[in-house]
Design a protein around this ligand. Structure first.
Ligand code: SF4
Length: 713
């Protein structure tokens, strides 16, 4: 804490990091955040984790961009080892806004004129507000003229959303994580909440102390294990087999909820047939879990009066990620564990606004509120809302493109293929976050024109032709939507430094240079337009958010609190019923073998966020976790002859990195875990870009690798 006095201001907002969406108050003096306190928000009740408490000084870091930058003539694109992001003027020169925007938009409009609308693509960001997401996808759809717009949902929960849309007709959670306090049994699988959703984890611990029995199903051990009633640590990649065996037990022992299945679901007979042979005994060896443990977990979940399932990217980031989620949905439907307090399905959303950005349409196959671009009626309604809707890809006039666009990894492939030639990237960092970075960085380098809008010269911005200096979260007003479907209002606490501008303003200036007649004066005007196109925002107007801070969607009536638990009566499908979607086990895309005998898995750390562009510039957070580490079991370290603190090299078919080894008792033998936020040991150089066929999400949680001892640095 700093010293407070009468000059101090308090500004209420929301944490910009994870999907929990903690409400907080900035204490501001002399245009700087002195300290941050948790507020009594619906998702945090005053609590904050280390990021929400200490993670805000990045906005005043010496490398913060305060002027537009333009690449100097003749400087090649790429990540030059000698390049210093704090002194970018060796590679870029400063420009005023008019010149920078003219160059930024001019390069893209020229490519569109020469090669057609589908030669362009845009990545928006889940770190931005709902209004910015809305404007960005609107610009791509009506200005660029295609649906080539995506964001990091493609790298986190796209497969979960694909399964949820298919099975229950909605991609969001069916109940908030607070409902764990009302549950008798909770399954946590493929998630590590104490690290990735820390404040949600505090409520899980509270629930455990109150008597909720937690079953953790994960290859790795974790801090929540101390609160668990049962822990099933399975062989990486064997999740579908394990879940099917649980379904087999529930069906074989008639533990399912017959009345619920009859009234609320379709396709149960198909599921029965699909899992008939997948007994716990038949899969125990492959799963690495004793059959009686699988039986016990299945019985506990099925016999509970109220039970919930929470999952994370350990489920979704596989080539069988959609199948994983289908199995979890089948478990809930078979046992009737949805639609009541203390029951539900909850994919723990990663970034602060990945739910809202997805809702707002930053997805290539759907318009806002998940309405298919292929539906002529849907397109017509948005064409009417947006007036002159731009030029379609077939040049037929003012119509939205009916063809779904390309996803994140597909866009990188299309750049290599020469079909995508220009990009506008807002707040995303694919030069760190994409799989197989050599391929992704090669794509960025070969773009004919790249515009990056960000706070810093990120790894991605190092490939840009024009860099537009954006606004950090405490410098803007806007709404975000957390993992619980709670729409919350963030308020501006700090002035923008130098010539940096609000993101919505920059997108609008780009749109105007595409000939679009936009004239928004404030994010609240954008939000008002969103309400006209998104039924999910009914009864949640900006003024109400200013008064109340947060409202859950769907909100069924003026002044109503919003529905914390949904689908009590019916599902939003054509029949009103949910659908079982059986899944059969498939091997990982790149199974371990003699040459590459160890499983590489990647993810986040408590102190760092996504690719580290913000948290590695936040002093307390970077002091706590300053260097790249590889987490390994004691057995694996002994086998390698490496002591904790010494260095290991990890090699896959795509490359090698060397970094410090850390002993982690939660790691199984035969597996290594590396966070993806460290550019000096960028683990995504090694990851496998193979995609789940439905969610198009890469297999970040499983790549075959080889470990070896490395010499000291
Ligand atoms: Fe921020 Fe998430 Fe931590 Fe809450 S739990 S303070 S939203 S990072």
């Amino acid at each position: 804490r700093g010293n407070s006095d009468s000059a101090e201001r308090k500004v209420d907002s929301v944490c910009p990091y994870c999907g929990v969406g903690c409400q907080l108050t900035y204490h501001v003096k002399d245009d700087a955040i002195l300290y941050v306190e948790g507020r009594d928000g619906p998702a945090n009740q005053g609590r904050l984790c280390v990021k929400g408490r200490f993670g805000f000084d990045y906005g005043r870091h010496p490398s913060r961009l305060t002027r537009p930058l333009v690449r100097r003539e003749g400087v090649p694109k790429g990540m030059d080892e000698g390049f210093d992001p704090a002194r970018p003027l060796t590679h870029f020169r400063e420009a005023d806004w008019d010149e920078a925007l003219t160059l930024a938009a001019g390069g893209l409009t020229r490519l569109k004129a020469d090669h057609g609308p589908r030669a362009l693509a845009g990545f928006g960001s889940a770190k931005c507000s709902n209004e910015e997401a809305w404007l960005f996808q609107k610009l791509v759809r009506t200005g660029f003229g295609s649906n080539n717009v995506d964001h990091c949902t493609r790298l986190c929960h796209a497969s979960s959303v694909a399964a949820l849309m298919e099975c229950i007709g909605s991609g969001a959670v069916t109940a908030s994580f607070m409902q764990a306090l009302n549950a008798d049994v909770v399954i946590l699988t493929g998630c590590n909440p104490a690290v990735n959703h820390p404040v949600a984890a505090t409520f899980f611990k509270q629930a455990a102390k109150g008597g909720t029995r937690f079953i953790i199903i994960d290859p790795r051990g974790q801090a929540m294990g101390a609160y668990a009633h049962r822990v099933l640590r399975f062989t990486p990649g064997a999740d579908v087999s394990l879940f099917n065996a649980m379904l087999n037990v529930i069906i074989d022992e008639q533990l399912f909820d017959e009345a619920y299945i009859r009234e609320h679901t379709e396709g149960f007979e198909r599921l029965k047939a699909s899992v008939r042979d997948q007994t716990p005994e038949s899969v125990a060896m492959a799963c690495g879990v004793p059959a009686d443990e699988i039986r016990a977990a299945a019985r506990e979940y099925a016999n509970a009066e109220r039970a919930m399932i929470f999952w994370g990217m350990g489920i979704s980031q596989h080539t069988h990620g959609t199948d994983n989620a289908r199995c979890l949905i089948s478990l809930a439907l078979a046992c009737g564990h949805t639609g009541r307090p203390g029951t539900g399905l909850h994919p723990l959303r990663g970034q602060n606004n990945v739910q809202g950005a997805s809702d707002a349409g930053l997805i290539p196959m759907v318009l806002p509120d998940y309405q298919p671009v292929s539906d002529a009626q849907v397109r017509a309604s948005f064409e009417e809302l947006w007036g002159n809707a731009g030029t379609s890809s077939d040049g037929s006039g003012d119509a939205l493109d009916p063809e779904p666009g390309l996803t994140v990894v597909e866009i990188m492939d299309a750049i290599h293929a020469g079909t995508i030639r220009g990009m506008y990237i807002l707040g995303e960092n694919p030069a760190m976050s994409d799989p197989d970075l050599t391929h992704a960085r090669g794509a960025l380098a070969s773009l004919e024109h790249l515009v990056v809008q960000d706070l810093f010269v990120t790894e991605t911005a190092q490939f840009a032709d024009v860099i537009l200096p954006a606004s950090s979260w405490p410098e803007k007003d806007g709404t975000v939507t957390n993992t619980n479907r709670q729409v919350q209002l963030g308020r501006q606490a700090l002035p923008l430094p130098g010539d940096a501008r609000p993101d919505w303003w920059i997108i609008q200036e780009m749109a105007r240079r595409f000939g679009l007649d936009w004239d928004y004066g404030h994010p609240r005007e954008v939000y008002a337009e969103m309400q006209k196109g998104m039924a999910s925002l009914n009864h949640i107007d900006w003024e109400r958010l200013e008064r109340e801070g947060a409202v859950t969607y769907p909100c069924l009536a003026e002044g109503a609190p919003g529905e914390d638990v949904v689908f009590s009566e019916a599902f939003p499908t054509a029949s009103g019923k949910a659908r079982f979607s059986p899944a059969l086990p498939l091997p990982p895309d790149e199974p371990i073998d003699r040459d590459y005998p160890t499983v590489l898995s990647t993810g986040r750390q408590l102190e760092h966020w996504h690719t580290g562009s913000m948290t590695r510039r936040a002093q307390v957070l970077d002091d706590l976790e300053p260097e790249a580490v590889a987490s390994l079991s004691a057995g694996e370290l002994t086998r390698l002859g490496v002591h904790p603190g010494e260095r290991v090299t990890i090699t896959t078919r795509r490359g090698a990195i060397t970094l410090v080894a850390r002993l982690d008792d939660g790691m199984p033998d035969g597996m290594v875990f590396v966070p993806f936020c460290y550019v000096e040991a960028a683990v995504n150089l090694l990851t496998n870009p193979a995609l789940d066929p439905y969610g198009k999400i890469p297999e970040f949680k499983y790549a075959a690798c080889r470990l070896s001892r490395a010499e000291p640095a």
